[in-house]
Structure formats: C-alpha cells, structure tokens
Design a protein around this ligand. Sequence first.
Ligand code: GAL
Length: 824
Amino acid sequence: MPSPKYLTLLLLAAGLQASAQGRHEYLLDTGWKFTKGDVPNAAAPTFNDAKWQAVRVPHDWAISGPFDGNNDLQSVKIEQNGEKAASLKAGRTGGLPFIGTGWYRRRLSVPQQGVGQRVALLFDGAMSDAHVFINGKEVGFWPYGYNSFYFDITSFLKPAGDNVLAVRLQNQPEASRWYPGAGLYRNVHLLVTDDVHIPVWGTYLTTPTITAELAKVSLKTKVETPSGAFQPLRLVTEIRDAAGQVVATTNTTLAATDGLEFDQNLVVPQPKLWSPETPVLYTASSKLYAGDVLKDTYSTRFGIRSFKFEAGKGFSLNGQPRKFKGVCNHHDLGPLGAAVNVAALRRQLTLLKDLGCDAIRTSHNMPAPELVSLADEMGFMLMCESFDEWKTPKVKNGYSQYFDQWAEKDLTNLVRRDRNHPSVIMWSIGNEVPDQGAPGGNKILKRLQDLVHREDPTRPVTMGMDQFDSDIKNNFASVLDIPGFNYKPHRYAEANGKLPQGFLLGSETASTVSSRGVYKFPAEQVKEKKYDDNQTSSYDLEACSWSQIPDDEFVMQDDLPYVAGEFVWTGFDYLGEPTPYDAKWPSHSSYFGIIDLAGMPKDRYYLYRARWNTTQATLHLLPHWTWPGREGQTTPVYCYTNYPSAELFINGKSQGRQTKSNATNLTRYRLMWPEAKYEPGTLKVVAYDAAGKQVATEEVHTAGKPDHLRLVADPAAFTADGQDLAYVTVRVEDAQGNLCPDAAQEVQFSVKGQGTFHAVANGDATNLESFQKPQMRAFHGQLVALVQASGQAGTVQLTASGKGLKSGQLTLKTTAAPKETAAR
Ligand code: GAL
C-alpha cells in the first residue's frame, strides 16, 4: 500500500501513463515539507527533510503566530500620512512572524517525461524572493511575492526518475506597509505538454464588435515548437455558451507567414452580455493538431461586454451609464492570512454582493487568479493593480529595489495572465507612488502605461494619485487613460476643469474607521481620534487627517456625472496598518473595513448597502440598546436605510420623524436622532416610502444577562473536498435571543465527524489570541469559527461552549457532489 504521502505522486504518474498526449495540469497541493530558517544544502536531492513539517500548499507560514510587536517593528515616518517625525510602528505589518527565510520541498514524479514533452511549473504567487530548484539546480528566481510566474523545467528533470522540487523564500523587514503573508501562499501547478504546445497564458481573446445580433471574437493563440520550427499546424476552436452548446467553430491552418501565432476570428450570434448583474460566460476550446495528431488542448473562458469612459459622462457598461460601487481590498483572508482559499474568497464576494458592491480594486498588487475567476463568475468589475512603489521607496526594502529590473516583467505577467477575464475592466500601474512628484515620474508613468497597452490595447490604465497639485501641474495626471484620485472628493471639480480626459475616478475613497459594536460618546465628526482602548466608534464619523466619512464622497459621486465611481478603502479589514493606532500596540489590523476581519458587517455596511443594493430594502438601526449606566443620557440613534423617511420610538414614545434632506452631507444619507436619551427597553423605527406609506419596521432590544451561545452557519452544507469551509457565527445571547452587545466570554470549540476546526476570529484589531487555536473570546458578543470539510462526505458537529453559558451546537452537512471550482 502506498502511504498517503506518496499517493498523489502515484496518481500523478497514473494520469500521465493513461494519456501521454496533450496537456496535463496538476495542482501541487500535497506532499510538501516546510521549514522556517535558512538551511544549507536544502535544495540537494539527498537532503533529509524528515524532520520538517508536512504542509499543504497554499500555506502561510506566519499566520499561526504568535503575535509580537517586535515582528517587523518599523521605526518610520509615514509621509503619505503627513507624519513629521519617525515613531515605532509595531503592528504596521500585522505583528506576525513573516520575516526571514523559509524552505519548501516536495518530490516530483514525472515518469512519462522524456522525448517530445515539456514540463513547466507555474506559481500563482510566492512570498517572496522565490528561488526555485529542481534536483539541486536553480531553475529560476522571481522576487515580487504577488505575481504569477512560471519556469520550463524540462531540462532539469531526470529522464524517468524521482525529482526533488525545492523553493527558498525570503521576506525582508521593512518591505511592506501591510501584512504580506509568507511562503507558498498561492497555488503551484505542474503543466505537462507535448513539445508542440500552447504556452502558459498563450491566448489573447477580445470581442472587437458587439451588437444585439452578433459579437465578433478575435482569438490569438501562440504556439511553441521545438526550436521554434514551423510545422504544418492546425487549430480547431469551438466556442460554447454557458449551457455548453457550441455557438461558433473555426478551423485554421498556420501559414508559414503567420509566425507561431494563430489569428482566429469567430462570430457569436445573439450574444448574452456579461455584467455584474448577468455574469454570463463563454468558453473557447481549442485543439492544436500537427497533421492529424492532437498535440494540445487549451480553454479560454471569456465574457462579452463593452465599456466606455466618456468626457462629461463617466463610465458606461454595455451602453448603460453606471458608477463603480467599488471597494479596495488587500489580499489577506483574515484568520487564514494570505493562504488563498476559494471558499474564503467566495464568502467575501457573497458578502460584497449583498452589499450591492460591483467592483473591486486589488490593492495594491496582483490578485490571486482564483479571485479573478470568481469575479467573472459572480459578477464583479476589477481594477487589477500592480505596484505600491516604483523607483522611489515608501519602505526601506520595498519593491523599489526591484523596480528597474522587474517592472516590465511583472506588468507583462499580470496582463497576460488576466487579460481574457471579462471582470477585468482596467489596469492600475500604481498606488500613491512617491515618483508622482519626483523628476522622471512622468516618464515612468508613460513607459508603464505604454507597456500595458502593448499587452492589452483594449483596457484603460489608471492609478491612485495622492499628490493632487503636482499631479495636475506637472501633467502627470493628464497622461493617464483614467485619472484616479485618492481622497480628493472636494477637488474633483477642479481636477476635471484642469484635465483633458473629461472624467475621473475616486480610485481610493473614505478611509473611515470603526470597530464593530463599539460606540463612543459624544458622537462627533472627528479626525485621528484615539481612545484608551485602541478602538474606534461605529457612528461612522471618524476618519484620518487625509480621509473622509462616506457621506462626503457620496455627495460628489451623486452630483458630478463625470465621476466614474469610487473604490472605498476598504471592503474588509486586513492585517496590518492599524490606523489611527499605528504606533499603539497591540493594534495590528485595520479599522477601515466596511466588514471586519472575521467577515462580520459593521454598521457602515448598511450605510453603503442602503445606497448600493438597489434591489433589496435596508433598514438598520444603531447603536445597540444595552447601556446600563447611561440612563437619561444623550445616546444618538442613527438609521441607515434606502427609505426616505422614518419615525423613531423609544419604548413606544415617538422621537419624531426624520426625512433625508440636502441640509448637510450627513442628513442626505442618514436619518439621525442626535438627542435621543437612553432608557432600557425597545428602540423601534418605522420606515415610510416616498409616497408616505408605512413600509417596514426594525427593533433593537435591551439585552439581559448572557444565557447561551447561538451558532449560525454560512453555508449549512459544504463540499467534502478537504478544502471547503463553513463560516459559523457565534452569538452570545440572552434568554430571549437578543445579542449581548458587550459580551466578551471566552468560547471553546470542538468539532466531530467529517470536518476539523480550522480557524477563529472576532474582528478585534487588538486581539492577540491565535487564529488557529479552538478558543477565543467574543468581541462585542460575536465571533466566527471556520470549520473545514474532510475529504469524506458526512456530517460535522460543531460545539461552542463558554463559562456560564449554555453551549451551542450545530450539525453541518458535507456533500461529495463536485463543486463548481474557479476555472482558470
Ligand atoms: C492610502 C493608501 C492605502 C492605505 C490608506 C489608509 O493613502 O493608498 O494603502 O494606506 O491610505 O487610509
């Protein structure tokens, strides 16, 4: 019997023997050994890694902690934040142990490899400075941790033997402004093809003409042959619609004059258009023949949509004007760290869909390919970003050290990898790069923009600019396809008056801070406010010196037609950058999220939802109504709703009816009772529609003593694939089922059946408890546990218990049914 460790290798071998022709793609997720620290000779085939840790890739070596303020402790002056002197920033990059060297090793059996075949390794991203070795020899190096890269390893492999793949990674201190993650945190693929084949990212598909009757499809397909020799090659391409019906075919023979690139043109009749609301996808499946011999097969999934940025009008998709209802997100997945997981990404996007969000900026770097595929499938428009630095550094050891040598390669890989995805609407070449104001900055911008146009002439280029005056004065902003401004709503009109484009984008907006469940009194609009408990208030009135509350951006978005939309900083809280507590450990994750680090909506979620989700009603009250000791004191009540007007009652007594009005930025988007006095009991709001009809009500009750734990699963059924996750929200409730909003009990988890405890988070930016241990205290009455399915279908029982509380129990089902996976 083979040991499980080698089962994958044997299956791999079997797969290859079953069909030696064509293409075979394998995920190298199991069979890895890992060690932290540098080890001499670790790449050598004979090296003994028996003592190393067995890990599954994607793997983030630092997320299990422990948190420590000395991890990447940075003494810096953050110039973007207007700081005048350096200070010690302990949580800037998350306080996790990601600095240093790590090694991964794995055996790689490619028994059919030999004459007539090519073997490549594709890394979706490796953090960072990846040196890749096969059988002790270095195959290649890729420094930027966020990018995808690949190497042809054919000549490094033993003819029929066991090979050893080793990867050395190294993270420098002071290299980042947020938590980067560490290790092989994205997938690694082995690609085996004939030596006459379509290379990695070898197709480029565009839809140059789209009418109601037809869409023209142009498909360029590169071919590689031994020593580039021309052969009689033929490419047969079929386009299938979402139901799998063939809607177009073509059969093309490569002419000697074509070089090694097929140029096929097809027509899809009555195309169904892709949009966030209708994410319809087609697939072009190509077969490459040499004579009658099938040499390769290659699928290119795509969507049919058109868009425009127009002077005076802003953005339109498929002829419909719209504004980006976007969020910026860093790549980490909260308690999973940077280790990519499709279930975690899907959950993020499901929450963002409910929010009414339709666009994501992948700040400030290349996204995981799974995110791009999910955005195609679930309907999100993407701004794919590349860099946070060009030549001039923001942090001591950041990308600036690689910029000159690597920027072109990095941009090329980003664009080639993602240019067939309908979700990708624009490319961003940078975020607040200090070169904006530096001599030579314009030249770099032009070079990068031209480079992107070379690889993809169909999409515009933007970037997040923050040096407004010099960007305009020095003609920096005027060169960009789309001028993107960070935090400048008050200057949009001025920018538009001075720039030639006639439209602009809020590339980064708001940066409001709030902690879920925390309310500070008095509720006042303040900047850079700090409290002793390292929390921020959920009245959504607190921002940074450079940033705004949501409403200030909304006004400009609503009043200026040429503003193409906004990308809020941020959709989700992320590890690192705990502004305004950058210099106040133990804060180590952000307060900017509309949704907290555990994936729980903050109040702000409903402020955006009321505006963005136009198909569902939003009626949300804040704060909670359990304030022992505040009796009789002013406790403002806000209502976030898409209804125009509502009446508030405290224990049945009317507090008056409020109607949205243009009197102030706040009254335009919030219904507010600033003078409400707290008395225990019931807070009730009655909403009215524009016709004055009573349409909905919402209540919040004063909670009694914590009584029990209630578990709510999302989703209740998941797939037995060893990877899928169920997110279970745990609520500390009183006997009547009210959330106890200040409960901070320690909750213990145990999991039985076909699943394991995977992680836990409570959204508290100051919490130093491990994400990986099956216990954590509730933060403002709630926390979220992640349960991972085993490979076997069945049931999983999760129990949550806490001192003095009745335990909560939940049975989840895992199903063997093949789950739709994010296609590449
Ligand atoms: C911006 C920057 C982001 C983040 C944000 C916080 O200036 O582009 O990366 O730092 O500030 O408000």
